[in-house]
Write a protein that binds this ligand. Structure first.
Ligand code: KIV
Ligand code: ZN
Length: 388
């Protein structure tokens, strides 16, 4: 019997991701992305923030009415109007979740909300109760949780669970925490909140210091059962934890995390490219998992190793995430083995001596160009054979 824990993947590409400057999507694009997310196997799709605009309301409503295979979630602040609007947009979904949030840190309480700790607890309880009156799947987020006093965070989380929250999301709203702090805080919640077993703990980590993925995984190691993330890591400011990275980290390092998800990893690349297309945000070449270079090797030593045994330089296979193959890029760092392999793939038969001569011409050309294409190799071989 497997001892793996199931980790829910909550995708917020259409909500937090869309909050990223330059990433807004129209209704048709949101429907296409939502369907792709359901096909990818995400457990929960946060489809939007219904009170934010009539367009957001309509897209949550259409996604709730048409996309099947995942729970559809809508975001709401802790007030009646937001929660009522969220339910109005979600109510046709076979599985719906209302996600209510309220800031809890001293900075937010004092400067943004101007509310006392007691008022915060009361507002959280009232909001969660109202949402629980509409559906039995309610998530509560104490915004800026990691800059909230630990005792107060425990108090709010306990009260939210008593009021009916079935998931408690612990956001690192400003991407400030370190993996060690995340681990300790989640462990503390598990130890100090008496009713914590009645809810799933969720991670929601922003990437301001480049630690969004590491922080999400630290939370999982400490006992969290859900990760909130976005395709390509898009989101407010520096973004959110990237879905493709957290999923492949748990899959590739199953020996360490002992977790599984419902994600069909072969769909990661097509989904990433779809989100890139509709948002107009290019995927960086060196982006982990889905970047063009993620499975590309240029140096001669690496290419030689790869041709002998893939696991020398690949910890995952490109096919696992949706690429068709490893890319042995020919450039000035490449060696004879990769050139011979490419020539063979192109149907070009060379003697040892011919290969050596083509290789010398290839190195001269590679010093002048960033990348050598198949057409260049064919031309070099033809020149060699014809003696030019
Ligand atoms: O970053 C954040 O705190 C949020 C909440 C709404 C969960 O996006
Ligand atoms: Zn966020």
């Amino acid at each position: 019997m497997s001892s793996s824990r199931y980790i829910r993947i909550f995708d917020t590409t259409l909500r937090d991701g869309e909050q990223s400057p330059g990433c807004s999507m129209n209704l048709a694009e949101k429907l296409e992305v939502a369907q792709a997310l359901a096909d990818l196997g995400v457990d929960i799709i946060e489809a939007g923030f219904p009170i934010a605009s009539p367009g957001d309301f309509e897209s949550v409503k259409q996604i709730a009415g048409t996309v099947r295979g995942a729970t559809i979630c809508g975001l709401a602040r802790c007030n009646e109007k937001d929660i009522d609007a969220a339910w109005e947009a979600l109510k046709t979904a076979p599985a719906a979740r209302i996600h209510v949030f309220l800031a809890t840190s001293a900075i937010h309480r004092e400067f943004k909300l101007r509310m006392s700790p007691d008022e915060i607890v009361q507002r959280a309880v009232t909001g969660v109760r109202r949402a629980a009156g509409y559906c039995d799947d309610v998530e509560f987020s104490p915004e800026d949780a990691f800059r909230t006093e630990p005792d107060f965070l425990c108090r709010v989380v306990e009260a939210a669970i008593d009021a009916g929250a079935t998931t408690v999301n612990i956001p690192d709203t400003v991407g400030y925490a370190t993996p060690g702090e995340i681990y300790d805080r989640i462990k503390l919640l598990c130890q100090k909140v008496p009713n914590i077993d009645k809810a799933v703990i969720s991670m929601h980590c922003h990437d301001d210091l480049g630690m969004g993925v590491a922080n999400s995984l630290a939370g999982v190691a400490a006992g969290a059962g859900q990760i909130e993330c976005t395709i390509n890591g898009i989101g407010e400011r520096a973004g959110n934890a990237a879905l493709e990275e957290v999923v492949m980290a748990m899959k590739t390092r199953g020996d360490f995390y002992q977790c599984e998800t419902g994600i069909d990893s072969k769909r990661l690349l097509p989904t990433s490219r779809l989100v890139s297309k509709v948002t107009g945000q290019a995927i960086p070449r060196n982006k982990a998992i889905v970047g063009r270079n993620a499975f590309a090797h240029e140096s001669g030593i690496h290419q030689d190793g790869m041709l002998k045994e893939r696991s020398t330089y690949e910890i995952m296979s490109p096919e696992e995430v949706g690429f068709t193959k490893t890319d042995l890029v020919l450039g000035k760092h490449s060696g004879r083995a990769a050139l011979a392999d490419r020539a063979k793939t192109l149907g070009l038969t060379l003697t040892g001596e011919q290969l050596q001569q083509v290789f010398e011409r290839f190195k001269d050309l590679a010093d002048k160009k960033k990348e050598i294409y198949d057409g260049d190799i064919i031309a070099l071989v033809q020149q060699q054979i014809s003696g030019n």
